[in-house]
Design a protein around this ligand. Structure first.
Ligand code: NAD
Length: 490
């Protein structure tokens, strides 16, 4: 199954009415490692209809939370028992290094799923304050109300290529635990890990129609957004497509959750532990070959330590082991596709012509003629107004620039259309906390952060980085309708 991604609709596998198949390419070898059936209008309509039936007719949306919890517990446990297999698929379809694949791509989202399964132990009803209401005759009655979380309905989930299993679970976890049914469209670049999720849903007995998977591109995504039977669209991808998704969903007043791009800042104060800052700095553009939404690829470094930081970052970048992602010794794999590599190379070309100083990389690794590899690349003295500092590269390119005061660092960090992530390194943690409060982003890591990604930490963006939050309490509200029931309490 792991080299095949058929469509999964209403609890049955299909190759779709067109019979079209798309090859799944390993970006490290440029060779096909499998294929995906490609859906179209008929499959999209059938999947939405199945999800609608499963929602409206039950039992999923109406079953006791404890029963839904039992089914999701079995589903989550079975996924966990196959974590190494999933990691292998991720390495093949995305080019993520194997250790990253197993941990960040697979174990972290399985932890998030556990969180959503566990939260089903809590009630979906919250008491609200009682009120004493006076009557005209001088007596009074006691009024009460409760807030009830109910599922929204049919959720259309559309995901990006860079963390496919993670992102698919980030949507399935809250959607399903709240009692919604889902039509998932994975990225056409990474459909295999999604098919495995459907396989596990099938074998562990999730009712037909609760999870449906339709592979395809923009046409299928657009149909999911415009279908009036869909109640909520949850999207992870680029700012450009996020805007399209919002517009496509608008005429039918669907709720839209958007997890979009970023151009996050890493602030290194003069008193920072430079080794720690450099470790995160290197990771910020080489992890996942720079294809991470919240990576802090804009390095703002205090002038007192700037030259040292730039020299050491360039040195570290040159030592990154780039190559076969299946080799545990590899630090950085390829980009997802030739098109993505072209895009990254065009950023490098533009940056070279704008006065930024190339201090590491800038080309393709000479020893890797096959695969969509780009060298870890560092530009110093980058102008924050330049394309390199303002636009998301989604490749292994760091932009470094100096600052002199905290106020300047915050202003530079906030001088961005995006607002997803951020990081501050400083020996003065209290001051770092104050600065974190001034940065207009959905999350900020101080001195490397907590080192964990628990299911209760909300994740999402300010400004053009998105709408809504994944994970945490807030996600439960995002994937629920909230009803107030009011009554005489006495
Ligand atoms: P993309 O926007 O090109 O595609 C995302 C998904 O949208 C794909 O499944 C694609 O087929 C689909 N799509 C394309 N056109 C559509 C349309 N008109 N209507 C509906 N769906 C459509 O993004 P990508 O290249 O796959 O991923 C990279 C982007 O994702 C980056 O910008 C990155 O920052 C972002 N991202 C954000 C987060 C986050 O949590 N904020 C996480 C991962 C990736």
């Amino acid at each position: 199954m792991s080299d095949t991604a058929r469509l999964y609709i209403d609890g049955a596998w299909t190759d779709g009415s067109s019979g079209e198949r798309a090859a799944v390419i390993n970006p490290a070898t440029e060779k096909a490692i499998g294929w995906a059936a490609v859906g179209g209008a008929a499959e999209c309509a059938a999947a939405v209809a199945a999800a609608r039936r499963a929602f409206d007719g039950g039992p999923w949306s109406r079953m006791a939370r404890s029963d839904r919890q039992k089914l999701l517990r079995v589903f989550a446990d079975e996924l966990r028992s196959r974590e190494e297999e999933i990691a292998d698929i991720i390495v093949g379809e995305t080019g993520a290094p194997v250790a990253t694949a197993l941990n960040h791509h697979v174990r972290v989202p399985l932890g998030h799923l556990d969180h959503y399964v566990a939260q089903l132990s809590a009630s979906d009803t919250r008491p609200l304050p009682l009120q004493v209401n006076p009557r005209p005759d001088g007596t009074s009655w006691l009024g009460g109300s409760v807030m009830v979380y109910e599922p929204v309905g049919v959720v259309a989930a559309i995901t990006a290529y860079n963390f496919p299993f993670y992102l698919n679970l980030a949507k399935l976890g809250p959607a399903l635990s709240c009692g919604n049914t889902v039509v998932l469209k994975p990225s056409p670049d990474a459909p295999l890990s999604a098919a495995l999720i459907a396989e596990v849903a099938d074998t562990t007995g999730l009712p037909p129609g609760v999870i449906n998977i339709v592979n395809g591109g923009a046409d299928v995504g657009e149909l999911m957004c415009t279908d009036p039977r869909v109640d909520l669209v949850t999207f992870t991808g680029s700012e450009r497509v996020g805007g399209l998704v919002a517009a496509q969903a608008a005429p039918t007043i669907k709720r839209v959750l958007l997890e979009l791009g970023g151009k996050s800042a890493l602030i290194v104060r003069a008193d920072a532990d430079l080794n720690a800052a450099l470790a995160m700095g290197l990771n910020s553009f080489t992890s996942q070959a720079g294809q991470g939404c919240a990576l802090t690829t804009r390095h703002l470094v205090h002038a007192n330590v700037y030259d040292d930081y730039v020299a050491r970052l360039a040195d570290l970048a040159k030592k990154v082991r780039v190559g076969d992602p299946a080799d545990p010794a590899t630090n950085m794999g390829p980009l997802i596709s030739a098109a993505q590599r072209d895009k990254v190379e065009s950023f490098i070309e533009v940056a070279n012509g704008t006065g930024a100083e190339l201090v590491a990389g800038g080309g393709r690794p000479a020893n890797l003629p096959q695969g969509y590899f780009v060298e870890p690349t560092v530009f110093a003295n980058v102008d924050n107004a330049s394309q390199l500092a303002q636009e998301e590269v989604f490749g292994p390119v760091a932009a470094v620039m100096p600052f002199r005061t905290d106020e300047e660092a915050v202003a530079l960090a906030n001088d961005s259309n995006y607002g997803l992530g951020g990081a501050i390194f400083s020996a003065d943690v209290g001051r770092a906390f104050e600065l974190a409060r001034q940065i207009r982003t959905g999350q900020v890591h101080i001195n490397g952060g907590s080192g964990a990604s628990p299911g209760w930490d909300p994740f999402g963006g300010y400004k053009r980085s998105g709408l809504g939050r994944e994970l945490g309490e807030t996600a439960l509200a995002d994937y629920s309708e909230i009803k107030t029931i009011k009554f005489h309490a006495g």
